[in-house]
Ligand binder design. Structure first.
Ligand code: GLN
Length: 403
């Protein structure tokens, strides 16, 4: 008889579940549903990028790069950071290429946060930060973003933010443009956060993966460009969303040399390096002309308009995002029917199986536990619109028919 295992999961894993976003993608495939859950494009990436990647493989850029990234890509990231983000970074000591921004964030947590410390998250938060906190032994502390029902802007209460900081706080995670709400943090908001970081000696982990996807004249402000934050901020970016290559897994972290040294240590032992030929291709991509970024944001704007209107027609109350490519929508109208779904999780399940559309239940972006304590909402769904026109059209038709 084989001896039963003492444990099939480390204690670290007890505090979180698998990704709901990625589970919805799996369910969409099982049920043949249109996938508006996981944020990745279903249209081709720019042809120039394919050529760059092909060429890199053919020219034999096929071995490990230097662990913290090929020199050419680090230099290209540093140039972009200076020009677009207003951040001065030395490519030798302050830029690290990672396997997507997901790895960059994990490296920041593992390399810079001690077990037992606290990390502040704005909720709703991008799912990954929660496991990132627990895997590094940190305790997440939450500050709630609330939508203005008229303008669709999500804001926080400064008092609540102040209360979240304390002697145990190691870092605050910022996402701008924000996933899932589309909020673009203003300079004034970032300055208020900077003051508290200074007072409590706290680091900023800034996820800026949607930095080029902005609407209605919104401007991207990088936290590291705010006076006082440059030396305490890890700025995380990626090729994934800007160039529509989420499967390439090429991202980066920019941080002052002492912080970079720590996160590079984690990165080296975790993944060694990002895919070398794709690093070469992304180096080329970073040189795309300004027109590429304008056109890309313009196309996403059209998709946003289309899905906003479609969701309204289908009975939802969507909040208009100022950036990124997700729409949070109130689905309360579907939760009041007798015998129908009681909350967002049940509704999302029904949508994927009966209506043929996958969305993400809003509660997966909130801390679990009693609603009163967590400000968690269970009447929201997140829909992404980084999809072909025909995909969005099919989704809207199905949602309307389901109504
Ligand atoms: N950022 C994407 C989303 O929010 C998913 C990224 C991922 O699954 N790694 O849908």
């Amino acid at each position: 008889m084989t001896r039963p295992l003492a444990s099939s999961a480390s204690r670290r894993l007890h505090r979180f579940t698998e990704s709901v976003i990625r589970e919805q993608t799996r369910l969409a495939q099982v049920h043949g549903a249109v996938n508006l859950a996981q944020g990745f494009p279903d249209f081709p990436c720019p042809p120039a990028l394919k050529e760059l990647a092909n060429r890199a493989v053919t020219e034999d850029h096929n071995q490990y790069s230097i662990t913290w990234g090929s020199r050419g890509l680090r230099e290209a990231v540093a140039r972009k950071a200076r020009a677009y983000n207003g951040i001065a970074a030395d490519p030798e000591t302050e830029v690290t290429v990672t396997c997507g921004s997901t790895e960059a964030m994990m490296c920041a947590f593992l390399g810079l946060v001690d077990p037992g410390r606290e990390v502040i998250l704005f909720q709703p938060f991008y799912e990954n930060y929660h496991p990132d906190s627990y895997l590094s032994g940190a305790k997440p502390v939450y500050v709630t973003l609330r939508p203005d029902l008229k303008t669709g802007d999500w804001t926080f209460d400064e008092k609540e933010l102040r209360r979240a900081f304390g002697p145990k706080t190691a870092a605050i995670v910022l996402t701008t443009p924000h996933n899932p709400t589309g909020k673009v943090f203003s300079r004034a908001e970032l300055e208020a956060i900077a003051k508290l970081c200074h007072k409590w000696n706290v680091l900023v982990f800034s996820d800026e993966i949607y930095e080029h996807i902005l609407y209605d004249g919104a401007r991207h402000v990088s936290p590291a460009s705010i006076p006082g934050l440059q030396d305490r901020t890890v700025t995380i970016g990626s090729a994934s969303k800007t160039y529509g290559v989420t499967g390439w897994r090429v991202g980066w972290a920019i941080a002052a040399a002492p912080l970079t040294a720590s996160l590079r240590k984690v990165h080296d032992f975790l993944t060694v390096c990002a895919a070398t030929p794709l690093q070469a291709a992304v180096e080329g991509a970073l040189g795309m002309p300004a027109e590429y970024y304008r056109a890309m944001a313009g196309e996403y704007r059209e998709r946003r308009e289309y899905l906003m209107a479609g969701l309204r027609e289908a009975g939802y109350n969507p909040f208009q995002p100022a950036g990124a490519y997700y729409i949070m929508a109130e689905a309360g109208a579907f939760l009041k029917k007798k015998g129908g779904p009681r909350n967002d999780v049940e509704l999302a399940r029904e949508l994927v199986t009966a209506a043929g559309v996958a969305a993400v239940p809003g509660s997966s972006f909130y801390r679990s536990g009693s609603k009163a304590l967590t400000q968690r909402r269970d009447d929201l769904l997140r829909f992404c619109f980084c999809k072909k026109e025909e995909t969005l059209r099919a989704a809207v038709e199905r949602l309307k028919a389901f109504r």
